[in-house]
Design a protein around this ligand. Structure first.
Ligand SMILES: [Zn+2]
Ligand SMILES: [Zn+2]
Length: 344
């Protein structure tokens, strides 16, 4: 089968590989129908994910059809259409039992697919702990509608859940990339009084205006003043930082009102500085990143009910045979790209 493979720093290649087989009684083999390219794939390509193993098939956001299951798998069966979770988790350890599946203590837990073990930008993928990692796609929900359930939408849903948003709140979301938009969709379900999106990219701002006209938008340079003018208590009640650069890390606390919640969703390349003397008395509550992707069943239901629609994020689609072109487009942010889908 064809599999897009991480060879060495800077080099991915579409290669012929053997079809995966069941290695454990809790595994499933999934025939991938649709995969997507994520910015974490680019982090692997650029060598900034040290635990990524050269030779692995990349891709950790995909949907497909169950082909084969191990003897201990009970929740899914061959023929089921499923989403695949970015995280591998056992479902049994202390952290899994408390919903902190990102911190699963199993030696195979955490971000494994497309990083430490073969992922899904391929025709088939082996999914460990299939009862945890696979969720059935409801009838009436298409592959394209379900594509982001296991990764970027899971992140947006988790970030919203931990941010304790109330109806009288002004919520600031910094960054309108794919994860920022998924976060926006989940924040909208909480019906806060105002949502402000801060983004510097013109085409992303245009995407927000087109699809979510009720959302206020602002550039990073004007963000602080704008939030002050458009909030009731001298700043945002909740800030979600999804952009992940030093300037947006600073913007997050600067735009927050006293006693606000600041949720850090982004992954940074380097340590960030909290200027505590300047922040003294602001009494902020910080929540830091690392998605607990354990609400996929709930988000699939919200999609089935028409309450979440991530399909407009798929701006480009390529067959697996031309995946390199999809990467080139995504990496260079050409042609207004938000997300690229790969038909496997
Ligand atoms: Zn990802
Ligand atoms: Zn666990």
């Amino acid at each position: 089968m064809l599999a897009y493979t991480y060879l060495e720093k800077g080099k991915f290649e579409l290669m012929e590989k053997p079809k995966p087989i069941l290695l454990h009684e809790r595994d499933a083999i999934v025939k991938v129908t649709l995969a997507s390219i994520c910015s974490s794939d680019l982090h692997i390509k650029h060598g900034s994910v040290p635990r990524a193993v050269p030779g692995i098939t990349v891709g950790h956001e995909m949907v497909g059809i169950v082909e084969e299951v191990g003897s201990k798998v009970t929740h899914v069966k061959p023929g089921d259409r499923v989403t695949v979770n970015v995280e591998t988790f056992c479902g049994e350890c202390f952290f899994c039992q408390n919903g902190y599946v990102n911190n699963c203590t199993d030696e195979n837990g955490g971000w494994a697919l497309g990083c430490r073990i073969d992922g899904g930008q391929a025709e088939y993928v082996r999914v460990p702990f299939a009862d945890q990692g696979l969720n059935k796609i409801p009838d009436g929900v298409s592959d394209r509608q379900a594509l982001f359930v296991g990764d970027v939408l899971a992140t947006g849903y988790w970030a919203t859940r931990i941010s304790e948003i109330k109806e009288e709140d002004t919520v600031l979301i910094i960054g309108a990339g794919p994860t920022g938009i998924c976060t926006l969709l989940c924040v909208m379900l909480q019906k806060p009084k105002r949502i402000i999106m801060c983004e510097k990219d013109e085409s992303r701002l245009a995407f927000i205006h087109e699809h979510y006209p009720e959302v206020l938008t602002v550039s990073p340079e004007k963000c602080k003043d704008f939030v002050l003018e458009n909030s009731d208590h001298g700043g945002a009640d909740v800030v979600l930082e999804v952009a992940g650069v030093p300037s947006t890390f600073q913007l997050a606390w600067q735009c927050a009102r006293a006693n606000a919640i600041v949720t850090i969703v982004a992954l940074y390349d380097a340590p960030q500085v909290l200027p505590l003397p300047d922040m003294y008395g602001k009494n902020l509550t910080y929540k830091t990143g690392g998605v607990d992707g354990c609400d996929c069943e709930k988000t699939l239901q919200l999609i089935a009910q028409g309450k979440i629609n991530t399909e407009p994020l798929i701006t480009h689609t390529y067959p697996l045979s031309r995946i390199a072109q999809g990467y080139e487009l995504f990496e260079n942010k050409r042609d207004g790209v938000i997300k690229v889908a790969i038909e496997c």
